[in-house]
Design a protein around this ligand. Structure first.
Ligand SMILES: [Zn+2]
Ligand SMILES: [Zn+2]
Length: 162
């Protein structure tokens, strides 16, 4: 019953919602995102399960739509989530002053920085400790990454927001 009341969402590789009514408003389907040029898809790249779209019985189209981070069918991070995690790993790989262990710890902490979990405080602590090891001039890159990607709790713990 409930499944059919939702359409399927067409989302680009960077996580922009292109069409929340992929099945019923096909005239709005685009192969590429007009905001970033990334290819669009209505399904999970791992299991081909569809991405839940907008509610078909909704009265208006302006209801907020939250783009999912993980596939509801198989739990795999969607491509835009994988890109955010990869961006963090690439950034940490470029920082001087960190041991392989430090980097492994930071890489493992990225999902807990991006999403609020029970381990978010621990992940924020790992960042705080790493910050003392990297060059002062490099810290701003980590700060900017966190400001754009980390959840409010992590940024609050790190003193990056009010
Ligand atoms: Zn896009
Ligand atoms: Zn999936």
């Amino acid at each position: 019953m409930s499944e059919d009341q939702y359409d399927v969402a067409l989302i680009c590789g960077n996580g922009h919602l292109v069409n929340g009514y992929w099945r019923t408003e096909t005239h709005n389907n685009e192969g590429f995102c007009v905001d970033c040029g990334s290819a669009t898809s209505p399904e999970c790249g791992e299991c081909d399960g569809d991405i839940k779209g907008r509610w078909l019985s909704g009265m208006c189209d302006d209801e907020p739509f939250s783009v999912p981070s993980y596939c509801r069918h198989c739990g795999t991070p969607h491509i835009w989530t994988q890109k955010r995690i990869q961006a963090g790993e690439d950034l940490f790989a470029k920082l001087d002053g960190l041991s392989t262990e430090d980097r492994d710890l930071l890489n493992k902490s990225i999902p807990d920085l991006i999403f609020e979990t029970d381990r978010t405080p621990e992940a924020a602590l790992a960042i705080k400790q790493a910050m003392t090891k990297i060059e002062k001039s490099s810290r701003i890159f980590v700060v900017e990454f966190l400001k754009s990607n980390a959840v409010g709790m992590a940024n609050r713990l790190l003193g990056l927001e009010g």
